[in-house]
Design a protein. Structure first.
Length: 440
């Protein structure tokens, strides 16, 4: 079901190692050709285009593109008590962690009368996308909304695909989660068209919409399929985006002492997201590899989304990678840069400190990725496709900007005038120096 890649006894360059490792093939560039007309249509026709596109892609034509407040309230009233309890605990934990992320301002006095300050300013308005295709994700509502709220964002809008089973509204648990978080601006809009609505705004087309259905935002965040990723690529620069999220990934670095059942269960848990989901085990233990292979066959056959799981595990993006030792394994996982990295080894915490590329690191046998998906307090919107080499997961930092404030008095400016003039002349920009000299 899952392939093996044997790197034992091989010395590979970084380029060769990257080429040897499995990765989902997702052509975002090709998808942009399909998505561009959708963006243009929404920009030109607003709500009318959104209804046409919902009918085309979601099989339902929403009467209410903006979800009525009473529907949001009714959803939370109808929420299963156990689900509500789980959501409230998740919100509490995620809020506690993200409150600690708020960056602190600072002031530097370089000389008497010479001061530079830095403060952090939240963006004005954000659009938060919540997928609703193969699965619905109230957990993503929590991750996106709480991070933005803790950053101090004043205006938040959520979009999630209309569901035929919900009469053209988003999934009821998604709506209930919005209610628990105090969000009343929710749209029954999915896919690339939601990205377009957030980026450009959307005029109303029916009386129920009003003259303006949705105002444009400054930042769009949230995971989605290849069409959402392509749309985010096209609007980058018009708005800020968090990332072009690809299929989910789990990598597990494990030694011979790891529990094969735990490892197999965690690989299956991520494989159930998507047929393109990546599940990678890196280990120096052939015995563990064989045991995991056997467990995978049993668990994949027994799970609810068996066909999807088996497709993901047998795809080119998934593999068991055999290495000489844990040092070689660490080199492999750092090169791979997984969205989720589990470390199930002896002295796992020490090994985790040496990881340089991962969206999130899960340490030890009792910190599975599923914990991070829901209840750890961390954020589960994470970089995929190797983007962990240069990008972070979603957090408060995704919604704030650093602004430096410079304040010098006359004596402090005069003290550096000669050096400013020398610099300006060296760059062939004498007017820069003259602007300083004009003050004395």
């Amino acid at each position: 079901m899952i392939s093996r890649i044997d790197l034992r006894g091989r010395t590979l360059s970084r380029r060769e190692l990257l080429a040897a490792l499995p990765r989902a093939e997702v052509d975002v560039e090709a998808a942009t050709a399909t998505v561009a007309p959708i963006l243009a249509d929404v920009r030109a026709r607003g709500a009318a285009a959104l209804r046409d596109l919902a009918e085309r892609f979601d099989g339902v034509r929403p009467e209410h593109l903006r979800v009525p407040t009473q529907a949001i309230t009714a959803a939370v009233d109808a929420l299963d008590p156990h689900v509500r309890e789980a959501l409230e605990e998740t919100i509490l934990r995620v809020r506690t962690v993200h409150a600690a992320q708020r960056p602190a301002p600072f002031t530097v006095d370089l000389a008497p009368g010479a001061q530079v300050r830095q403060r952090w300013i939240p963006v004005r308005r954000v659009g938060l996308y919540v997928p609703g295709g193969l699965a619905v994700y109230p957990s993503s509502v929590v991750m996106n909304v709480v991070a933005a709220q803790e950053a101090g964002v004043g205006s938040l809008a959520v979009a999630s695909p209309p569901q035929k089973s919900a009469g053209g509204l988003p999934d009821p648990v998604v709506l209930a989660t919005c209610a628990l978080l105090g969000i009343d601006e929710v749209y029954a809009v999915g896919g690339a068209q939601a990205v377009a609505m957030f980026a450009y705004g959307a005029a109303g087309s029916d009386d129920i919409d009003g003259e303006t259905l949705c105002e444009p935002v400054d930042v769009i965040t949230g995971p989605g399929n290849v069409w959402v990723a392509a749309a985010k690529r096209l609007v980058r620069g018009v708005v800020g985006i968090d990332a072009e999220a690809g299929p989910t990934e789990i990598a597990i670095l494990a030694d011979g002492g790891a529990d094969a059942g735990h490892v197999a269960s965690d690989l299956v848990s991520q494989a159930e997201h998507d047929p393109l989901a990546a599940a990678v085990l890196v280990t120096p233990s052939v015995e563990l590899a064989e045991a995991v292979e056997a467990k995978l066959a049993d668990r994949a056959a027994a799970t609810r989304h068996s066909a999807r799981v088996q497709t993901a595990l047998s795809g080119t993006q998934s593999a068991i990678v055999l290495v000489d030792d844990l040092e070689a394994g660490l080199e492999v996982v750092n090169a791979y840069g997984a969205e989720h990295l589990e470390i199930q080894t002896a002295d796992a915490a020490a090994l985790a400190e040496r990881v340089t590329s991962a969206g999130a690191i899960f340490v030890g046998p009792y910190s599975p990725v599923s914990l991070g998906d829901y209840m750890a307090g961390s954020n589960h919107v994470l970089p995929t496709g190797g983007c962990a080499h240069f990008a972070s997961g979603l957090g408060v930092h995704s919604f704030v900007r650093a602004v430096q404030v410079i304040e010098y008095d006359a004596a402090a400016l005069k003290e550096v005038t000669d050096r400013i003039v020398a610099f300006a002349d060296a760059e062939g920009l004498p007017a820069h120096g003259e602007a300083v000299l004009a003050r004395f």
